[in-house]
Ligand binder design. Structure first.
Ligand SMILES: C[S@@+](CC[C@H](N)C(=O)[O-])C[C@H]1O[C@@H](n2cnc3c(N)ncnc32)[C@H](O)[C@@H]1O
Length: 248
């Protein structure tokens, strides 16, 4: 089904929109329910449609709550710019994640320390694909002044924080853009902390572009069907680890 390929947020919006169209049609037919019943109907329709669109249970919960939230806030003395400001702030921080299906969460200090131990000797060229707030890039650039450290980030707000953070570091560069547009041919180490979704495509990209002797490191997420050459547990989240695949 084509809808299944859409990001969850778009499927959720579609379900609410179709639900609302049904509500409008019922209202046009002259049905007169108390407001609570209309809202309940919208929530029920949105949840039902969301199930049909294969949204996960946490999305169903959100879909059920959303119409009641809108009803509660309807007519509340909240200035309109506050909604717009809130929306823009959320879009700046999490907008990239909604499209790419990779949220922002950060590698722990221990993960950065372990990452440093995995870098080869000499003037290494490293890239963090989806560098978030730039923590690993800044940490490694300080630990290894002889290396070149690049971070690429799709979310404008995260990029700005990472860029400011790495500004004083001469061997660190932060770029705004998609990780899929970064050529990995000149990188000795490519590191990513993403989600299970892009891992097969990331492995295909690494095989296509990276030279033999380089390596791909994933924070916690496996590549289906590819056993890592090395696994390093890291403190922090349960099951957190660095998985290393050597490119041959
Ligand atoms: C889980 S965070 C990891 C941040 C950092 N690498 C770390 O280890 O702390 C993943 C980041 O990847 C970014 N991201 C996801 N898909 C991306 C893409 N296609 N291009 C660039 N950045 C992307 C997200 O915006 C998010 O900031």
């Amino acid at each position: 089904m084509p809808f299944r390929r859409l990001p969850p947020v778009l499927r959720a919006l579609l379900a609410q929109a179709f639900g609302f169209l049904v509500i409008l049609a019922l209202a046009r037919l002259g049905l007169g329910f108390p407001p609570f019943v209309w809202v309940l109907l919208q929530a029920t329709l949105a949840v039902w449609l969301s199930r049909g669109l294969h949204l996960e249970p946490r999305w169903l919960l959100l879909q059920a709550i959303l119409p009641f939230l809108v009803w509660l806030l309807w007519g509340a003395p909240v200035p309109a710019w506050l909604y717009l400001g809130g929306f823009l702030a959320l879009a700046l921080v999490f907008g990239g994640g909604l499209v790419t299906r990779v949220p922002l969460y950060l590698a722990s200090r221990d993960a950065c320390d372990q990452l440093a131990t995995l870098l080869p000797e000499g003037p290494v060229r490293f890239v963090d694909l989806g560098c978030g707030l730039g923590g690993p890039v800044a940490h490694l650039a300080r630990a290894r002044p002889d290396g070149q450290f690049l971070g690429v980030e799709a979310s404008p707000f995260s990029w700005l924080v990472a860029w400011l953070r790495c500004l004083p570091l001469p061997n660190a560069t932060i770029r705004l853009g998609s990780l899929w547009r970064v050529d990995l041919a000149d990188r000795d180490v490519a590191y990513a902390f993403l989600s299970p979704v892009p891992m097969p495509a990331l492995w295909a990209k690494a095989l296509r572009e990276m030279k033999p002797g380089s390596c791909l490191i994933s924070h916690s997420f496996e590549i289906p069907g590819q056993s890592p050459d090395r696994t390093v547990p890291v403190k922090g989240r349960r099951g957190a680890r660095l998985l290393v695949w050597n490119v041959r």
